[in-house]
Ligand binder design. Structure first.
Ligand code: PEP
Ligand code: MN
Length: 290
């Protein structure tokens, strides 16, 4: 796959520029693993499906602890929860900030689930000591100064594809992080802006095998932000595993109707639990483990 790729984007790009992310120079799958509080390993990649579940945003202590327990009982391996939210509408709930980080820590103490949360500015990094995987959201995928700093921070980074970037640009963004010495990068496909309006974003399902063929980095899929509708999420989640994803990021809320953020796309605890039961069979089919 070295050399110029003609159909990957509007313009050609040179895979030789991707020294760190490219599979040619690192044939084995990379695995990102976190040691849990009970010394158990939570892994994404290399045959392990990482299921990251939780609310779009941390709202209060009861909410995050309740959801953490629920998703753990259903088999999730990581808890997500946004505290610094990048909202399209400036008057929407912007997240709890540092107070939310403390509540995530409480949820981890209660359940042992490693934490995933989004950073939106590098000055927030000092609050992320207790966060196990730092998420870079779609809107910051090409915030190269942020990526470079996260490349130096020594923590796993979950890099979401921008809603208007090619898969090749996602690889180049990952290269920015890796070039600073950070080998723990997870990619995330979360859908693109297209002319289609029934979904929030159009999931680029073919990007999963395309990326898997070109990079050793684990790639997960976020069906929640792609579909934007909880009724579509289970089917999209299964399709992602069938396409070769190394895991999923799923929004789950104990009371989606009253969620402060993204309730319409959040699974209820029951739907999430049913999906997890189905996913075990899909994982087996793909010779992977949940
Ligand atoms: C999120 O995961 O909470 C989020 C905001 O997603 P994205 O950056 O993909 O829009
Ligand atoms: Mn969300």
């Amino acid at each position: 796959v070295l050399g110029k790729e003609k159909h990957s984007a509007c313009t050609e790009f040179n895979l030789e520029a991707l020294k760190k992310v490219i599979r040619v120079f690192h044939p084995e799958d990379s695995v990102v693993s976190i040691q849990g509080t009970g010394h158990e390993i939570h892994a994404i990649g290399g045959g392990m499906l990482g299921i990251i579940a939780g609310p779009c945003a941390v709202e209060n202590e009861q909410q995050i602890i309740n959801i953490a327990k629920t998703v753990k009982a259903a088999g999730a391996s990581f808890l997500r929860g946004g505290v610094f939210k990048l909202r399209t509408n400036p008057y929407s709930f912007q997240g709890m900030g540092i107070e939310g980080i403390k509540l995530l820590a409480a949820a981890k103490k209660e359940t042992g689930l490693p934490l995933v949360s989004e950073i939106t500015e590098i000055k927030q990094l000092e609050y992320f000591n207790g966060i196990d995987i730092i998420q870079v959201g779609a809107r910051n995928m090409q915030n190269f100064s942020l990526l470079k700093e996260l490349g130096k921070c020594g923590k796993p980074v979950l890099l979401k594809r921008s809603l208007a970037s090619t898969a090749a640009e996602l690889l180049m963004a990952a290269e920015y992080i890796m070039d600073e010495g950070n080998v723990n990068v997870i990619l995330c496909e979360r859908g693109l802006r297209t002319f289609e309006t029934f979904s929030r974003s159009t999931l680029d399902i073919a990007a999963i095998p395309w990326l898997k063929q070109r990079t050793h980095l684990p790639i997960i899929v976020d069906p929640s932000h792609a579909a934007g509708d909880a009724a579509l999420v289970p089917a999209v989640a299964k399709a992602a595993i069938a396409a070769g994803a190394d895991g999923l990021m799923l929004e789950v809320h104990n009371d989606p109707e009253h969620a402060l953020c993204d309730g319409e796309q959040s699974l209820t605890p029951d739907t999430f639990s049913d999906l997890m039961t189905d996913l075990k069979k899909y994982a087996e089919l793909e010779k992977k483990r949940l």
